[in-house]
Write a protein that binds this ligand. Structure first.
Ligand SMILES: [Zn+2]
Length: 551
């Protein structure tokens, strides 16, 4: 049943439409804010609108309601129980992804603006762990953190007409009521580069190497998906650098690539890096490298780009310096960015039908201890659980002390992708043996209590390595050499990436892109192959390109 709650604060009345949902023994409330000091007519209309938005009980993400509250549940049986509310990953990946994001409490997507959501503590913790990797690397490479305002004045935005053409249509506008004066940052350049032109004067001001951790805003018109295509994008980083020479800018790109490769390794993902076709780079840019990650439905997701901007932006924004030879020159610039899509790759590639599978490096909880007891042994077993937690204090450990059934605790631990679970019962204590459940391979092992620290450490490392190896294997198996143009569709429709010989001409590119909607020739391999014929025009080439369905 829906009803309206009225809250009084000072002299104002605030109205909320509320719906209560029973979830097992608990009642949860959904609330929609209607407004303040409403008259009867307004209230009635708003109540009706809100009723439509309040979810039906069947739409509402359920947790443990379909697991029986049964303390005698066999541990073995519940391990593999498939939560009804999570679709099989393979059969419907997009649904699985949005369900797991909600159920594992990474985000709450019920916020009432399309494609903007709330980062929940569990999800934000992972994201901030990934952020801590890049913060550390940037610091070590002398890239300084800064912050620029979210609002970009028109005078800055219009300074680069080609950039402006691309973004004004999908900009979020802001300003005084009924007046739009600013645009919310869709990318960093228009806020940063006018300032660069004030800061850079002489050779000694270079290189300028900065980054910011931000959210960016784009009024996406394509289909949006949380963590993949959002209107509020982030958290993410943007590195922007300015250099005296082209060579230094090229060198900087290599550093950004090295840093990114390191982050990928830490999060146990093997991406594919490609060189973008020239016409897909920023106008006037020297070139761009882009990472792509494999999604379970065979599509590829662009996942970070490294741009050698050349002097195109410097000329638009008038970023000049007096060089050692006394001559005035434009700077050479680079920019590199990525963020939340790192996490989407981890969730998408490693998760399974039971939920997330997290690399220990980013898992908010690395080990969960589940005490299993009859009432009379409760104190003894909980005491033991606390002792184990103390022994393992160098790791992120928690003890599940909730008064739920053991089955629902197992379910929760698997859903959240906690790498290791310790099932601690009376038997374990008596035998001085610890039962360890490895989330990634869903296997139980017994270890001697005296080897606990060593075994935990080893198993966490093994999980991290296994996940990275799985990702490498998936990518390798998915890349298929294709020599005939009419084989391309068949290959990508079977969920693979087609690797083809391509002469790098726009004409042949167009012919491939026209084969099918959603297909993309997304770039060339960084290494050249053997001299072969272009799949379209038969011209000899060593260039090899990748074609896949893309997001
Ligand atoms: Zn060709």
């Amino acid at each position: 049943m829906s009803y309206t709650e009225i809250k009084k604060r000072k002299d104002k009345k605030y109205y909320y439409r509320v719906k209560s949902i029973r979830k097992g023994k608990k009642i949860e409330k959904q609330r929609i804010y209607l407004g303040a000091n409403l008259n009867k007519k307004q209230l009635k209309d708003l109540e009706e609108q809100a009723n439509k938005k309040l979810l039906k009980p069947t739409d509402y993400p359920k947790k443990e309601t379909n697991l029986k509250e049964d303390t005698k549940i066999s541990r073995e049986n519940k391990n593999s129980s498939l939560p009804e509310q999570l679709n099989a990953k393979k059969s419907n990946f997009p649904d699985w992804m949005s369900q797991v994001l909600q159920l594992a409490k990474i985000i709450d997507n019920r916020y009432d603006i399309k494609s903007m959501f709330v980062w929940m503590p569990y999800g934000l913790d992972m994201m901030l762990k990934i952020k801590s990797f890049w913060d550390k690397e940037f610091k070590e490479n002398n890239i300084k953190e800064m912050y620029f305002p979210l609002m970009v004045p028109m005078s800055y935005a219009e300074q680069n007409d080609s950039w402006w053409e691309g973004f004004k249509e999908e900009g979020f506008w802001a300003g005084k009521k009924n007046k739009t004066e600013f645009i919310l940052r869709p990318t960093g350049e228009p806020a940063m580069y006018p300032m660069f032109s004030l800061w850079i004067r002489g050779h000694s001001d270079l290189p300028l190497k900065i980054y910011e951790n931000v959210f960016s805003y784009r009024y996406e018109t394509k289909q949006t998906r949380p963590l993949i295509r959002d209107r509020e994008i982030g958290p993410w980083y943007e590195i922007h650098t300015a250099h005296a020479t082209k060579e230094e800018a090229e060198q900087e790109i290599k550093i950004h690539k090295k840093i990114n490769d390191l982050i990928w390794k830490k999060i146990a993902i093997q991406p594919l890096i490609v060189k973008k076709p020239q016409w897909e780079c920023f106008p006037g840019a020297e070139g761009a490298l882009e990472y792509y990650t494999l999604m379970p439905n065979g599509k590829v997701l662009e996942n970070g780009s490294l741009n050698n901007l050349g002097q195109a932006y410097a000329k638009k924004f008038n970023i000049k310096f007096i060089d050692k030879d006394g001559k005035e020159k434009y700077v050479w610039q680079t920019c590199t960015g990525n963020g939340e899509r790192y996490l989407s790759a981890v969730i998408a590639q490693h998760g399974d039908d039971s939920g997330l599978i997290l690399p220990p490096n980013i898992a908010p909880i690395q080990i969960r201890i589940i005490p299993i007891y009859k009432e009379k042994d409760k104190n003894q077993i909980i005491k033991k659980a606390k002792e184990i937690k103390e022994i393992l204090k160098e790791f992120r450990v928690d003890i599940d002390l909730k008064e739920n059934s053991v089955g629902s605790k197992f379910y929760d631990s698997e859903l959240k992708g906690i790498p290791l679970r310790i099932d601690l019962g009376k038997k374990e204590i008596q035998n001085k043996q610890i039962t360890l459940f490895l989330r990634d391979i869903k296997k139980k092992i017994q270890i001697n209590e005296q080897n606990l620290l060593k075994e935990i450490s080893l198993n966490l490392k093994n999980i991290q390595d296994r996940l990275l190896n799985n990702s490498k294997k998936q990518l390798k198996e998915s890349i298929t050499n294709v020599n005939e143009i009419n084989e391309i569709i068949k290959t990508i429709d079977s969920g693979k990436i087609a690797k083809i010989s391509w002469c790098e001409s726009g004409k042949c590119y167009d012919k491939i892109m026209k084969l099918k909607q959603g297909l993309e020739l997304f770039g060339s391999d960084l290494n050249q192959g053997k001299l072969k014929e272009c799949i379209v025009c038969n011209k000899k080439t060593k260039n090899m390109a990748y074609v896949a369905n893309s997001y």
